[in-house]
Write a new protein. Structure first.
Length: 283
């Protein structure tokens, strides 16, 4: 049997699809692997080139396969899609990945380190808490407006509403409604405490990372934005300019492009929030 030189690996939660070819392009292996057999399968192979689409857990598998001596290249799913020759399934995707990874003009994604993924998780968890906080505030305002209780827009307005809820002598609010809004108020205070806790964790990560501290020296860039950039961009040299990251995926009309655009949008929201908070501290 010829030696496998290039493999397209379509990863999943439980089942993985392998498509391997030799130096002349002949198909050597085409099979499914259960998750627990993936590493043992690649341990038996000589070092080869492995292509993987960027998706959930792709950076993890890239690190694991690199540790076995293989060369791993990650590619955006939107750039792999044109190489799919027939209906979309795992076998067709693995074959397309195997072909795309050998293209000289293909754009690859650098593998993130454990530290970068951990920092990115900090930002996205904090961002989730902020969205939940906004939803709870909107719910409090909407529920109380049904009873004719309103307050000005802003943080002080929400606190004023919660003070009204806490005042049992105020008869405008029935007991059942008061209990519901009180529960939302407790949820809101918990979310604020969580957000402050994650602000401290992000600051601690920033102080431990040299690249983040160098970015912080740029006017208009604070610790939150610096850490988000370091965590999101594994290798800045892969981009031609500061406006290049995410530009192609934002224009894609494919489902894969939509997922990539969604990820870029989350990172953009993090950057905007961080920049706004920095600007607010300067005032």
């Amino acid at each position: 049997m010829q030696t496998v030189t290039t493999i397209g690996l379509d990863i999943g939660k439980s089942v993985f699809q392998v498509h391997g070819v030799d130096a002349t392009g002949n198909v050597i292996v085409r099979r499914k692997l259960k998750r627990r057999y993936v590493l043992s399968f690649f341990q038996k192979l000589p070092p080869c080139l492995i292509g993987i689409e960027t998706c959930a857990s792709s950076h993890h598998w890239s690190r694991e396969l690199r540790a076995l001596g293989h060369t791993v290249r990650l590619m955006p799913a939107a750039y792999v899609k044109p190489y799919v020759k027939r209906q979309k399934n795992d076998a067709a995707d693995a074959e397309a990945i195997c072909e795309a990874v050998t293209r000289a003009n293909m754009r690859f994604v650098a593998t993130k380190t454990l530290g970068q993924q951990s920092c990115l998780m900090l930002h996205r968890t904090r961002h989730l808490f902020i969205r939940q906080q906004t939803a709870v505030i909107n719910a409090i305002r909407a529920h109380l407006a049904e009873f004719g209780i309103v307050a000005p827009v802003g943080r002080n307005g929400v606190e004023h509403l919660l003070n009204i809820v806490a005042d049992c002598s105020d008869k405008r609010l029935p007991d059942v409604a008061r209990a519901c809004v009180s529960a939302l108020g407790a949820q809101l205070r918990m979310l604020k405490a969580r957000i402050l806790e994650f602000d401290r964790l992000i600051m601690a990560w920033h102080r431990s990372n040299e690249a983040s501290k160098r970015l912080d020296e740029i006017p208009g860039v604070g610790p939150a934005l610096a850490t988000a950039l370091v965590a999101s961009v594994a290798d800045p040299r892969a981009f031609r300019s500061g406006s290049h990251p995410g530009s192609a995926s934002c224009r894609s009309n494919t489902r894969a492009g939509a997922r990539a655009s969604s990820a870029v949008s989350v990172n953009r929201e993090i950057a905007i929030c961080a920049a706004c908070s920095r600007r607010a501290r300067w005032r």
